[in-house]
Design a protein around this ligand. Structure first.
Ligand code: NIG
Length: 403
């Protein structure tokens, strides 16, 4: 079954050539994109959808979320807006509420959040554990996460639960907890920050997880200059996320990881993606991450929602893109790229086509997964020009219309 999607005013492909086509069309066949080009040259297909002169871009790839949680932290948010600063300890509030919630309800809550994200144009997402914080509840979160998200990250090292010895808890995270979650996860992450895990504890966790075959990510440099970026670079992590407080050496170190990468062909040795989380920065009143400086230095960047109950209770990638343009000085093309191709790069889902069956997401090209976001606007510029407006008109996920 093939479907011609036509009358596209602007097709922002985010492919390796950064093509933006006017008066374009796309053909979707099964779960894949089989043709893109000028609408006037489009081949015949079984079915046709006229999108009425709207813009089409890749579905958002949200590479950083925490969707497995229960409970509410409105009071903490209100206190923060009244002047208190964010501290990692709030995680324990969510841990208690999450542990007290049944499997059925936790699944329902997570699915509801995925549904919210998809309805706003997200077609591929990662989510993390991290609100269980013992073997039983981390394993449960990982298991449920594997049924609702595309990729799952183990974040047993989110907070040392009250009353536990930090070294003993780190050993648990590196040992029995890791063994138990391993069947359900692809990645490991650690909150390497004052009040959470030290550089040495973080290194222990990351090395144990790498030995267990997991890819690495790091929450780093969120609340102050710290060792997160350097650790991520040293251990070859796929991404370091937050990156609010960067020293010149951090930016240079991240840029250095991309020297063996050929951005024109999307091949070579991958570096560490810097993932900026602007919704979180606003909600915690932290300085926005220096996205402009990172891009100018040659760092590959992702934008993600960081949807979680403490610091960023939104899955709106459009909001992140608008903020990146309006406040972080990215062009619309750069911001959309970071929220699509950049997320795919951070999750190692940027390559793959007909040859290997592992279909790339985050860009519109023949053989890639047919993940399309139709805006109720003639161009992607409207994402920043009309911030906060409900611009999602239609969504295709793996070739099926999801909205
Ligand atoms: O990414 N930084 C660590 N984790 C989350 C916050 C989690 C929470 O406070 O519940 C974040 O901001």
């Amino acid at each position: 079954m093939s479907t011609l999607i036509t009358n596209i005013a602007e097709l922002m492909t985010q492919d390796l050539e950064h093509r933006v086509l006017k008066d374009a069309a796309v053909v979707v066949e099964g779960e894949r994109i089989s043709w893109i080009g000028a609408a006037a040259d489009a081949p015949a297909a079984d079915d046709a959808v006229d999108v009425g002169g709207r813009a089409v871009l890749p579905g958002w790839v949200d590479s950083h979320t925490h969707l497995l949680f229960a409970g509410d932290r409105t009071a903490e948010f209100e206190a923060r807006m009244a002047g208190e600063s964010y501290a990692a300890g709030g995680i324990a509030v969510t841990m208690n509420a999450t542990r007290a919630t049944s499997d059925f309800d936790l699944t329902r809550l997570a699915l509801g959040r995925v549904d919210e994200a998809v309805s706003q144009g997200t077609t591929y997402l990662e989510t993390k554990t991290g609100y269980g914080l013992d073997v039983e509840h981390e394993t449960r979160s990982a298991r449920i996460a594997s049924t609702v998200a595309d990729q799952v990250t183990y974040l047993g090292a989110h907070l040392v639960p009250a009353g536990q010895d930090p070294e003993e808890y780190t050993s648990l995270v590196c040992g029995p907890m890791l063994d138990a979650v391993r069947p359900f996860v692809q990645w490991a992450d650690v909150f390497c920050e004052e009040g959470a895990f030290t550089a040495e504890q973080s290194r222990r966790v990351l090395l144990a997880c790498r030995d267990a075959g997991l890819g690495l990510r790091v929450h780093g440099n969120q609340l102050g200059e710290g060792p997160g970026v350097q650790l991520a670079v040293e251990l070859g992590a796929a991404s370091v996320d937050h990156v609010n407080y960067l020293a010149t050496g951090d930016v240079d170190a991240l840029a250095g990881t991309w020297t063996g990468w050929d951005a024109g062909t999307g091949s070579g040795s991958r570096g560490t993606v810097a993932t900026c989380l602007p919704a979180c920065d606003l909600s915690t009143r932290q300085p926005l991450a220096p996205a402009r400086a990172l891009l100018d230095a040659g760092v590959q960047m992702a934008l993600a929602s960081n949807c979680n109950p403490g610091t960023s209770y939104t899955s709106s990638m459009a909001f992140c893109v608008a903020t990146a343009v309006l406040q972080m000085r990215l062009s619309v093309h750069e911001a959309v790229r970071a929220a699509t191709y950049g997320g795919a790069l951070a999750l190692h889902k940027d390559t793959g086509n007909d040859a290997d069956g592992e279909r790339a997401v985050g860009s519109i090209a023949v053989g890639h997964r047919a993940d399309l976001h139709v805006l109720n606007a003639p161009s992607a510029t409207h994402l920043a020009y009309r911030p906060g407006m409900p611009l999602t008109y239609a969504v295709w996920r793996a070739g099926k219309q999801a909205r």
